[in-house]
Design a protein around this ligand. Structure first.
Ligand code: DX5
Ligand code: ZN
Length: 218
């Protein structure tokens, strides 16, 4: 199913009201909810862990898509699965054995994703695709919302789309997705678009229609 999905990143939501924010974006038509987990080590920012995922889980009626920017990643896979993650995505730089990491994610029953940083070549995913339900192309350096889209990644998206072929693997993009960049990544072959500031800017739980307008504009 190549219909385009929008996955708002709650990194740009009101941290004091995740439940309300998630209900608002889902009511406004988002497809997945993207959760950015950062450890202040693999990336220069700290966000949240399994207890927060568990707390928001009852508010997510779509798909809880958990992007782990943590190293090491293996010791935490079971905890995020038990917290209710539907999809768990890890970076190959987050441990020496990415093949085993993806196997461990699938063993929990969650779907497995691999995330490629802007400097990471497509070949990093080549021999892992049979263990992947999703490949994530980072279109910014991970760590913060609101950064500028890195256009060189369009070529990587195209190469990965060809590499994936007809396998049932989502090709997700994350970082700097706006109404200007979204058509470029879709044309290159992406089918799941993460957007933080692009969805949440200008809106609030008291003014959620803006979220809907932002989602439809992407
Ligand atoms: C970056 C995160 C992204 C980020 C996207 O490290 O993985 O999900 O929140 O934010 P925007 O859409 O604002 O670039
Ligand atoms: Zn992310």
């Amino acid at each position: 199913d190549r219909s385009i999905k929008i996955a708002p990143s709650i990194l740009s939501a009101d941290f004091a009201n995740f439940g309300g924010e998630i209900r608002a974006i889902e009511a406004q038509g988002c497809d997945w909810v993207h959760v950015d987990v950062m450890d202040g080590h693999f990336v220069p920012n700290l966000t949240f862990g399994p207890p927060l995922c568990q707390a928001i889980r009852p508010h997510v009626t779509t798909v809880m898509d958990v992007h782990l920017m943590i190293a090491p990643v293996d010791p935490y896979i079971d905890a995020f699965a038990e917290a209710g993650a539907d999809i768990i995505t890890a970076h190959p730089e987050a441990g020496p054995h990415t093949h085993r990491t993806l196997q461990a994610i699938r063993a929990t029953g969650a779907k497995a994703g691999i995330a490629l940083n802007p400097g990471t070549p497509v070949e990093a995913a080549e021999y892992l695709l049979d263990l992947c339900d999703l490949v994530l192309v980072m279109t910014v350096n991970p760590g913060f919302g609101g950064q500028k889209f890195i256009a060189s990644q369009l070529d990587k998206i195209r190469k990965l789309r060809a590499m994936i072929g007809d396998r049932p693997i989502h090709l997700q993009v994350d970082g700097g997705i706006t109404p200007e960049t979204a058509p470029l990544v879709v044309e290159a072959g992406a089918d799941v678009l993460v957007a933080g500031s692009g969805v949440f800017k200008g809106g609030s739980v008291d003014n959620p229609e803006v979220y809907g307008e932002n989602i439809r504009a992407i």
